[in-house]
Design a protein around this ligand. Sequence first.
Ligand code: SAH
Length: 267
Amino acid sequence: METDPDAGIVYLVGSGPGDPDLLTVKATRLLEEADVILHDKLPGPKIIDSLPEDRREDVGKRAGGERTPQSAINERLVELAREGKTVVRLKGGDSFVFGRGGEEAEYLAEHGIAFEVVPAVTSAIAAPAVAGIPVTHRDHASSVSFVTGHEDPTKEESSVDWEALAATGGTIVVLMGVGRLPDYTAALLEAGMAPETPVALIERGTWPGQRVATGTLETIVGVRDEEDISPPAVTVIGYVAATRETVAAFLENEYEDEREGAEGERE
Ligand code: SAH
């Protein structure tokens, strides 16, 4: 199929983990230039609040709370582009890391709409980083795997092979993995990973009110419950997670500082 010459263009833009200062220069420019910005909640409150009211559409949750189907978002992108608009599809983190950016790119290509992909800082790396956790380490982790925690590990058809991941000896970073934390930590223990393997949960990384909770493969579910950690959060499993303890005393962190203020207000 030929590119539709009268159509506009769609930019698939990652917003980074949430701090507006971590938007790329290109993302910032495109947000200024766009006729319309389609976004959900994941870019975080600071970035979303900075978007111009008259040029943005929230395609996250619909009224009533259910999620806008991906098919409706795909169709809206094509519809706007066919009106000749310059469209930014803004996604939390990087659009191509568990962001359905790939599906959107395929749909646009199928419909002859020109698009550009604007890569970004993924929360999978950035959320651990700001918590003082390097996802690789010369002494402790020579590989890192990015995994969805959304699937039920006890299901036969689960496409995540936790046993194989346990065998890598590298870092495992789980996205969308708050709810099923008990299932996949059990699967990793079952696969022979040491119960004392360090685990960290980074909630709302780089958002005001970021929180970090740490434990081990054996204790982390209790920690999650006690601290009431909720999405969005990234789970880091592996020896690198212990780096947090080593560096914490000297780790400047504006995000967690902001939370202390917020907490005071809540009391
Ligand atoms: N494309 C995104 C990931 C989308 S999947 C990216 O590259 O970051 C949604 C999951 O991303 C969440 O469930 C959570 O695990 C993670 N996530 C996104 N933003 C986050 C943030 N600021 N802090 C912690 N986790 C985040």
